[in-house]
Design a protein around this ligand. Structure first.
Ligand SMILES: Nc1ncnc2c1ncn2[C@@H]1O[C@H](COP(=O)(O)OP(=O)(O)OP(=O)(O)O)[C@@H](O)[C@H]1O
Length: 338
């Protein structure tokens, strides 16, 4: 069965002062055809077929749980490796007119922002995708076509949608609507046309500031919301008078930590219940799609409702589960793996 949403795992390196959970390991299998995993030779060839995350029961070392993923990245894996293996092949797909969505999932501090954004000297998925989207314009198949790129960027907080290209002071909540053919869209979301990587960097940096100002105004951390960046390409063929569009959604999900432990503060409780619900519906949607189920519960949360056309139909998805090696994350890590 081909999976519509590929699921990868990435274990981040230990941070200073962090007590590491040595029960948690990325195991790279030498070959899947023999069915025998090469546990001893833990090379960092991170996407080796058959790789899995292994978790040993600390109370019973003979009990080892194996969680297989399409790709597994260990502590030493690089941004370049992840991009080359799992992301770059999707650029071609976007330019063939298909919608692609990449999600970063995991608890706070598991490395979602590092994976999606990265640092100035070690950029992650978003800057690499934008660069690759621009570079692809020189592809021979696009000769003679008018190719233009645009971006939109929204945040979903407590099940309400905000435009991150709008300064947050008084920014309105955007309505989610459905058109005549049942396509779900966010009304009044701005779309900004971009001519170069530098121009993207400018608008994106400003939007990131809007996100953190909005978070401060609402008295919360930005990791309590989902952020959806969309890069859209429009290809016009004047000879045949046809237009083809493709897009890629890059989604930094809210922290998936155990949201039960948030105390009595009513804002925190509303946040937590919105996060719990949307992440669990996302899990159900991904599972239903990968099982080929006839009924997919998109409508059960705003996140999946908005991304409905990006998850169903011909669309292609990649969910990167970020894992933290710290011992204090053990229960959350198990929840993520499950
Ligand atoms: N693969 C990695 N290599 C080196 N450092 C990493 C890696 N992944 C994460 N880190 C570091 O770990 C810390 C936490 O990562 P990050 O901020 O990306 O987590 P997060 O899941 O986005 O958290 P939050 O939900 O709070 O935004 C950061 O200091 C980051 O630089």
């Amino acid at each position: 069965m081909s999976h519509k949403v590929k699921i990868a795992a990435r274990l981040r390196p230990r941070l200073d002062g962090e007590l590491v959970d040595d029960q948690l390991q990325v195991v790279h299998a030498a070959s899947s055809s023999s069915g025998a995993a090469d546990v001893s030779g833990a090379s960092n060839a991170s996407s080796a077929v058959g790789s899995y995350i292994s978790v040993t029961n600390p109370r019973d070392p003979s009990q080892v749980f194996k969680f297989p993923f399409s790709s597994c990245y260990d502590e030493s894996s690089t941004q370049e490796e992840i991009f080359k293996n799992d992301v770059e092949p999707l650029i071609d797909v976007v330019y063939s007119g298909i919608t692609v969505t990449i999600f970063a999932y995991g608890v706070t501090s598991s490395g979602k922002t590092h994976t999606m954004q990265g640092t100035k000297s070690d950029v992650g998925v978003i800057p690499r995708v934008v660069r690759a989207m621009f570079e692809y314009r020189d592809h021979p198949s696009l000769a003679g076509k008018d190719v233009s790129l645009s971006v939109s960027y929204m945040e979903i907080y407590k099940d309400e949608v905000y435009d991150l290209f709008v300064q947050r002071e008084g920014a309105p909540k955007l309505p989610v609507r459905e058109n005549d053919v049942g396509m779900v869209f966010v009304a009044n979301l701005s779309s900004v046309s971009i001519e170069s990587v530098e121009e993207f960097d400018r608008v994106y940096t400003q939007a990131t500031k809007n996100r953190s100002v909005g978070a401060t105004n609402l008295n919360r951390a930005s990791s309590r919301s989902h952020a959806v960046l969309t890069v859209e390409v429009t290809m016009i063929d004047h000879e045949t008078n046809t237009t083809l569009m493709g897009k890629i959604n890059l989604v930094d999900l809210a922290g998936s930590e155990n949201n039960k432990q948030t105390g009595n503060d009513s804002t925190r409780m509303q946040e937590s219940s919105a996060i719990n619900k949307s992440l669990s519906v996302l899990g159900q949607v991904v599972h239903a799609l990968n099982q080929g189920a006839s009924r997919i519960p998109y409508r059960n949360s705003k996140l999946t409702r908005i991304l409905q056309d990006a998850l169903g139909g011909n669309a292609v998805g990649l969910l990167i589960c970020n894992l933290a090696p710290g011992i204090k994350f053990r229960q959350d890590t198990l929840n993520t793996l499950k």
